[in-house]
Design a protein. Structure first.
Length: 185
């Protein structure tokens, strides 16, 4: 690819946070995934989430909330764009870490030694599992594999999804920083 084509692609990606459609796409994707998680819990499957599932759900809610924030505000404010981008990146990183750890627990040689708390460890000032137990309380075991699709468990899929969200956020941030550096010259 020629240098000018790379520059055009980089500039196009750098502009994404100033547009509404990329934020809407991210917000709808994350919101759909949260809705599916709630459906698997409260729908006919009755799959009770474990503590790590709740942490991944909370991270996905974070991605969705920051994406919706970006959709509604980022087109008007540089500060709002950076808040939305930072929240998206941090939520995706937290979700990827939790999904990786959860996948490790599920593949542990001796599941008796795989730690799994009975309730999420939310901060005392925000006990989400007490405020909204239908969404944030756990009842499942971290080592159980109750759901699979194409041979991968839910935390394995979520690791892929959160890693994709993280990489996309890093690409957008890098493109924005490169664009800002080019504009200063």
């Amino acid at each position: 690819m020629k240098q000018s084509n790379l520059t055009n692609i980089s500039y196009s990606i750098a502009c994404w946070p100033t547009l509404r459609w990329p934020w809407l796409l991210l917000a709808l994707t994350a919101s759909t995934l949260v809705s599916y998680a709630l459906y698997t819990q409260h729908g006919p499957q009755q799959l009770w989430p474990c503590v790590q599932c709740i942490y991944q759900r909370t991270a996905m809610i974070g991605v969705a909330l920051f994406a919706w924030f970006g959709f509604f505000t980022a087109t008007r404010s540089a500060l709002a764009r950076w808040i939305a981008l930072s929240g998206w990146l941090l939520s995706a990183l937290a979700g990827a870490y939790s999904a990786y750890y959860h996948s490790w627990i599920q593949s542990a040689i001796n599941p008796l030694f795989a730690p799994c708390q009975p309730h999420p460890d939310f901060p005392g000032w925000a006990p989400l599992h007490q405020w909204l137990p239908q969404v944030f309380d756990a009842g499942g075991m971290c080592g159980d594999i109750d759901w699979q699709w194409l041979g991968l468990s839910m935390p394995q899929w979520l690791f892929i999804i959160f890693t994709t969200f993280t990489v996309l956020a890093l690409i957008v941030v890098a493109a924005r920083l490169l664009s800002a550096a080019r504009n200063k010259r």
